[in-house]
Design a protein around this ligand. Structure first.
Ligand code: ADP
Length: 208
């Protein structure tokens, strides 16, 4: 009995539902990997899911590719459907990192509704903040298929127009934590650890 209470308590401490927001090129992918390695949430990256669907040539994947290749957002109803299915899978019960979703207010509202119905609210929304000029430089060096100069400009504009309103949306809900995205990978991860450790009570990291 005592053992089972202790187990539940530990599980509860470990469960974190995190939204990770940041412009293309902010280093979200790199930091997401480090978050997954340390805190073990399921990694829900809509970019990865859509690229996998595209490569598998599914109906959704072929539809998504039309938008992805020009830096536009895939329509809300498509992405919301993909995430709704993914959130029902068992591994999400132990917490997850939503990476690249939501990207519009409509997506955030749909997510809120799903989570309210399931009784599983978000713990924290992390914003990785990097100035536009730096994003452009970083993306130009990366070389993914959608990293050509025109598409990069479009993706940054799409972020500023459609995704950045989410900062205010989550700020008003008291969930937003902004992480300064300039510095070394480890410095930035330290900032993230501080926020995540504090969001579940007590800071286990030793960084400044
Ligand atoms: P990045 O953050 O580098 O722009 P992602 O891998 O997150 O890249 O996404 C790549 C592309 O996939 C986006 O430019 C967009 O076309 C599509 N995409 C990913 N997530 C979403 C989403 N939540 N809503 C609409 N489109 C999305």
């Amino acid at each position: 009995m005592i053992q089972s209470v202790a187990l539940n308590f530990n599980q509860d401490i470990a469960i974190m539902r995190i939204v990770f927001i940041g412009p293309p090129g902010a280093g979200k992918g790199t930091q997401a990997e480090k978050i997954i390695a340390k805190y073990k949430p399921a990694h829900l990256s809509t970019g990865d899911m859509l690229r996998a669907a595209r490569d598998a040539k599914t109906t959704i994947g072929l539809e998504a590719e039309k938008y992805m290749s020009s830096g536009q957002l895939v329509p809300d109803e498509v992405v919301i459907g993909v995430i709704a299915d993914r959130l029902k899978q068992d591994d999400c019960k132990a917490g997850y990192l939503l990476d690249g979703f939501p990207r519009t207010i409509a997506q955030a509202e749909a997510l809120d509704k799903m989570l309210a119905e399931a009784g599983t609210p978000l713990d924290v929304v992390l914003e990785l903040k990097v100035p536009d000029e730096e994003l452009f430089t970083r993306l130009s060096k990366r070389g993914r298929a959608d990293d050509n100069p025109e598409t990069i400009k479009e993706r940054i504009a799409v972020y500023n127009n459609q995704t950045s309103p989410l900062l205010d949306y989550y700020g008003k809900k008291g969930l937003l934590k902004t992480i300064e995205g300039l510095g070394t990978v480890d410095e930035i991860f330290c900032r993230i650890e501080k926020v995540l450790d504090a969001s579940k009570g007590g800071c286990g990291c030793r960084c400044q």
